[in-house]
Design a protein around this ligand. Structure first.
Ligand SMILES: Cc1cc2nc3c(=O)[nH]c(=O)nc-3n(C[C@H](O)[C@H](O)[C@H](O)COP(=O)(O)O)c2cc1C
Length: 256
């Protein structure tokens, strides 16, 4: 009897190990920053598979040369070809998809990966991105367009200058986005003209604080949360409250 039970359990375990779908962390990183975010995600997801997207002809190490080649490719609608483009995505439910922001959206190798894999149809996609300045919001909209039959989640992004805070960012993702929990902040986006003017109006220029990206939260008025850096490279968070029109001047909530 005991022996039969043991056999049934073994068969069930085998069955579940065969049918249970896994997660995969797929990323492209030219200069290693996005890879740091990918590795931190992997630390939280040690059962996930990982894959670093490799190109048949890698972009140059040199930044200027990469800009030149990528501009040429953009102007001529050329996508880089991948060494490891097509993969068996049937094994996976969720794809953590990582990329640097290039020209305001995901870097071209990600578009190649999407094209090679049926636009990731039927999968849950959790984007993670690194950027110089400007956030990653547009890339989410572009992913939704490129992968109409995938479920695209909000994901996380971090400015490359703040990559040392990668652990906090990943915790944010796993705490179901702590910013959202404390009240509906948008994901990081570009500091547009309006936000830039507000920042200059409220934050003393002698502090030499440079905003890298901004999230907003609609309250009775708008809260702006700026991810910033100072001249020593120290990361700083600036929160500004802008009341509804006619209800007073913008106020600095904190700098920390
Ligand atoms: C060709 C190119 C275009 C870029 N365009 C942008 C951009 O539009 N916005 C931005 O915030 N950063 C941009 N960056 C900066 C990268 O997003 C940033 O350095 C990123 O962290 C690099 O990640 P990686 O080290 O994983 O390649 C660009 C970098 C390159 C090489």
């Amino acid at each position: 009897m005991k022996k039969n039970l043991f056999c049934i359990m073994m068969v069930l375990m085998f069955f579940f190990s065969c049918t249970e779908k896994k997660n995969i962390i797929v990323y492209y990183s030219r200069s290693g920053t996005t890879e740091k975010l990918a590795l931190e995600l992997y630390r939280h997801n040690i059962f996930a598979d990982t894959m670093s997207i490799k190109l048949i002809e890698e972009y140059p190490q040199d930044f200027k040369a990469t800009i030149e080649r990528s501009k040429y490719e953009r102007e001529n609608n050329i996508l880089p070809k991948l060494q490891n483009g097509k993969i068996d995505l049937n094994k996976y439910d969720t794809i953590f998809l990582g990329y640097p922001i290039w020209y305001g959206t995901f870097a071209p190798p990600i578009k190649s990966f999407i094209n090679d894999n049926d636009s990731l149809a039927g999968h849950i996609v959790i984007p993670f991105a690194t950027y110089g300045r400007g956030g990653f919001r547009n890339s989410i909209e572009d992913l939704k367009q490129s992968c109409p039959e995938a479920t695209i989640k909000e994901g996380i992004g971090i400015a490359s200058k703040l990559i040392h805070k990668v652990n906090d960012k990943v915790n944010q993702l796993y705490n179901n986005n702590s910013k959202t929990l404390c009240g509906g902040f948008s994901i990081e986006q570009e500091v547009d003209n309006e936000a830039s003017l507000l920042f200059k109006q409220v934050v003393d220029s002698s502090l030499h604080i440079e905003p890298l990206s901004v999230s907003t939260q609609v309250v009775s008025g708008i809260n702006y949360l700026f991810e910033c850096i100072d001249t020593d490279g120290k990361d700083i968070e600036v929160k500004i409250y802008k009341p509804l029109p006619g209800q007073g001047q913008p106020q600095l909530t904190y700098i920390k």
